[in-house]
Design a protein around this ligand. Structure first.
Ligand code: ADP
Ligand code: MG
Length: 386
């Protein structure tokens, strides 16, 4: 055969590059909602309401009562890599905010139409500006506004026809959005959340600020869940070298569900950890076979320098990079736990963790779940026998 001419290499248009990158950060409507809610939380809001039309493809509107955005920042608000949260690379070590890349709003302008209305403290009126492809479309217009910021994303993926078709053909994202807001609502107890479908008379999530975690869970997930929960805590043995702390609620043997609900926050970031989820599921299956699909809410706190948040734009998986301190003794090493760890390590590609170190945490959590379940089960059996 005649050798083929090599194809010519050329530079992609910036617009193409930006749209491709944006499609990775904002994969579906629910990912846009997550970014927007995190922005509102970062802005110290105490009230966040979400309105969704057509599963988020027509409209996602989020209103908060946070600190708002300065007038002079509006022109660069939706450019890529503009942020108020990070200045130097070293800041990443101690970052407390959920955002820091300055990519979310920009991404939304490359795959949808973005309108921002905002007012800052002490101002008589607010401003409204709209954005496309990273740029502000016209001078901000003065307008009436209440405290905080309102962001509207319209026609998401209007310029990505394949993505739009796939999303239109599958079940819409609204249930995923509701699920996400429920998770945020029980962790951020002092924030009032509401989430409503366009045209619906009432909200599907409506949480009111409380100082009791159990009350928060009751108001979001209902009495039937809340009444079957047990408080759980774990940390490492040596309080002077405390590397991690976990507290949360786990369901007891009376809780029956078709699938597991696992709500995990690591340093206040909503994340997923497949290995931990599987580890807990296996403990339930072995201890309470009837209630083997548990409800789990856990909040894990680690020293910030032990977490690498800079893993993936969607930040769903944080790497737990725990340096094991010599003082840390492992309290209980059940043979079951060891088996589970080996099992969960095989093929674990989703959770990008340094396994050796994550093991310590998973093992600790697992043994505290196990002993909690055993105790509750034994006391129940004992009461039944009496
Ligand atoms: P990041 O959150 O990584 O900084 P974003 O693109 O999500 O990047 O947001 C860019 C900037 O816009 C933020 O740093 C913040 O200053 C501002 N911002 C976004 N949403 C809000 C909001 N709801 N209230 C106040 N400021 C906001
Ligand atoms: Mg953000």
């Amino acid at each position: 055969p005649i050798p083929k001419e090599p194809p010519k290499i050329h530079r992609l248009d910036e617009a193409v590059v930006n749209r491709i990158a944006a499609g990775e950060v904002i994969q579906r409507p629910v990912s846009a909602v997550k970014e927007l809610v995190e922005n509102s939380i970062d802005a110290d809001s105490t009230s966040i309401s979400i309105l969704v039309k057509d599963g988020g493809l027509k409209l996602i509107q989020i209103s908060d009562d946070g600190h708002g955005i300065r007038y002079e920042d509006l022109p660069i608000l939706c450019e890529r890599h503009t942020t108020s949260k990070l200045s130097t690379y070293e800041d990443l070590q101690s970052i407390k905010s959920m955002g820091f890349r300055g990519e979310a709003l920009a991404s939304m302008t490359y795959v949808g139409h973005v309108t921002v209305t905002t007012i800052t403290k002490g101002q008589l009126h607010g401003y409204r500006a709209s954005y496309r492809d990273g740029k502000m479309e016209h001078e901000p217009k003065a307008c009436a506004a209440v405290k905080g910021t309102q962001i509207m994303i319209e026609n998401l993926f209007y310029n990505m026809s394949a993505r739009r078709k796939t999303l239109q053909n599958s079940a819409d994202d609204y249930p995923k959005i509701v699920d996400l807001i429920c998770r945020f609502a029980i962790h951020h107890m002092s924030v009032n959340f509401s989430c409503r479908k366009h045209g619906a008379a009432r909200a599907d999530v409506h949480s009111v600020s409380t100082s009791s975690r159990l009350d928060a869970i009751r108001s979001v997930y209902g009495i039937s869940v809340a009444q079957n929960l047990m408080k759980i805590e774990a940390s490492d043995c040596d309080p002077s070298s405390s590397i991690f702390e976990m507290d949360g609620f786990i369901s007891n043997s009376n809780y029956i569900a078709k699938k597991i609900t696992m709500i995990l926050f690591v340093n206040d970031r909503l994340v997923e950890c497949g290995a931990l989820k599987r580890a807990i599921e296996i403990v339930y299956a072995a201890t309470l076979p009837k209630a083997s699909k548990p409800f789990i809410y856990m909040s894990i706190k680690l020293p910030p320098e032990h977490i690498d948040v800079n893993v993936h734009p969607t930040k769903r998986e944080v790497k737990m990079k725990i340096k094991i301190n010599e003082n840390v003794k492992i309290c209980v090493r059940s043979p079951l736990a060891l088996f589970i760890l080996r099992f969960s390590c095989i093929g674990d590609v989703v959770c990008q963790v340094s396994l050796l170190n994550q093991e310590v945490i998973i093992e600790k959590i697992q043994s505290s779940v196990e002993s909690k379940l055993r105790n509750s089960n034994e006391s129940r059996t004992f009461q039944e026998q009496r």
